[in-house]
Design a protein around this ligand. Structure first.
Ligand SMILES: C[S@@+](CC[C@H](N)C(=O)[O-])C[C@H]1O[C@@H](n2cnc3c(N)ncnc32)[C@H](O)[C@@H]1O
Length: 264
C-alpha cells in the first residue's frame, strides 16, 4: 500500500472524491468509472471485507493507523492522506469521520442466484430516495430477510448516501436488479415464492391478521405514487398497516420496517 500526502484540493488524483453533494454529477461519474464510495471506518471495513476491490483511499492522518489492517488487506492501492479541512474542500461537505474509500463495482448476481433458497425477499419498485433504499437494506439485514430485488429504475444501493444509511448492509444482503420487470411477479411465483403487495389501500388485509407463507416476496412501492397497477394487480395478496390520525401512509422505509418485522 502506497501512502501519498496531498496538499492541494485541486490535485487531479482525487477525481473519484469530488463534489459528493452533487447527485447528478456523482451518478454519471460513478457509472462512467464503475466506482462507488464508502464513508467512515465501519462502512469501509465492511466494503473491503465483502471483497469489493479498492481503487484508492482518502483520509485524514489520524485514520491511517486505525485502518492500517484494512489498508494492508486492500493490497497494491494508494491511500491519499490530507488534512480534514482539505478533504472537506474536495468533497464539498464534512466527511463523516474523515475517511473515504473508492471501490470498484462488481457485476450483479443473476436473479436465480439471489432468490434461490430465499424465504423472505423485499422487492423495491422505483424508490427514488437513496436514504430509503439504504434503510430498506438495513431492515433486511437487521430483521433477518434474505435478499432485496430492485426494479430497473430503483435508486442505486451503492450510492454513498444509501451505503451510509444502510450501515454497510448493502454489502451483506444479496441483491440484484430484475431486468424483466414486467414478468417479475410470474418469475417469482414460478420459483415458489408468494408475492404480496404492501399498500395503504383500505381494502387490503390488516398486516396483523395474516399468516405469512413459507416463502414471501414483499412488494414495496415508490415514495409518491406507491406500487404500479401491474405489480399491485399481479400480487397474490395485498396487506396494509392500518393508519389513523388523518395520516394516509407511512414513509416507505418506516412501512418496510414494520412489515419486515411482522412478516419475518
Ligand atoms: C409513501 S407510500 C406511497 C403512498 C401512495 N399514496 C400509495 O397509496 O401507495 C410508499 C410505499 O410505502 C408503503 N406503505 C406506506 N404506508 C403504508 C401502509 N400504511 N400500509 C402498507 N404499506 C404502506 C407501500 O409499499 C407504498 O407503496
Amino acid at each position: 500500500m502506497d501512502l501519498v500526502e496531498i496538499d492541494s484540493a485541486d490535485d487531479p488524483r482525487l477525481g473519484d472524491y469530488v463534489a459528493l453533494r452533487d447527485v447528478q454529477l456523482r451518478t454519471s461519474l460513478e457509472s462512467e468509472h464503475g466506482l462507488f464510495l464508502a464513508e467512515g471506518e465501519k462502512v469501509i471495513r465492511r466494503a473491503v471485507g465483502a471483497g469489493y476491490p479498492v481503487r484508492s483511499f482518502l483520509m485524514a492522518p489520524r485514520w491511517v493507523e486505525t485502518l492500517a489492517d484494512v489498508l494492508d488487506a486492500a493490497g497494491d492501492v494508494t491511500c491519499y492522506v490530507a488534512p480534514e479541512q482539505l478533504v472537506e474542500t474536495v468533497t464539498g461537505f464534512h466527511v463523516h469521520r474523515g475517511a473515504l474509500a473508492s471501490l470498484h463495482r462488481t457485476p450483479l448476481p443473476s436473479l436465480d442466484a439471489v432468490i434461490s433458497g430465499a424465504r423472505r425477499v423485499i422487492v423495491l419498485e422505483d424508490l427514488v430516495d437513496h436514504t430509503n433504499v439504504g434503510a430498506a437494506f438495513r431492515c433486511a439485514a437487521g430483521l433477518g430477510w434474505d435478499a432485496v430485488l430492485l426494479s430497473p429504475r430503483c435508486a442505486d444501493p451503492l450510492y454513498r448516501r444509501a451505503v451510509k444509511v444502510s450501515m454497510g448492509s448493502v454489502f451483506s444482503v444479496p441483491y440484484t436488479r430484475v431486468e424483466d420487470w414486467y414478468h417479475g411477479p410470474d418469475t417469482l411465483r414460478a420459483a415458489g415464492i408468494d408475492v404480496w403487495a404492501l399498500t395503504p389501500a383500505d381494502d387490503a388485509a390488516d398486516l396483523s391478521d395474516v399468516t405469512p407463507p413459507e416463502r414471501l416476496a414483499l412488494l414495496v412501492g415508490t415514495e409518491g405514487e406507491g406500487l404500479t397497477q401491474r405489480w399491485m394487480r399481479s400480487a397474490d395478496r395485498r396487506v396494509r398497516i392500518p393508519m389513523q390520525g388523518g395520516v394516509d401512509s407511512l414513509n416507505v422505509a418506516a412501512a418496510t420496517a414494520v412489515a419486515c418485522y411482522a412478516l419475518r
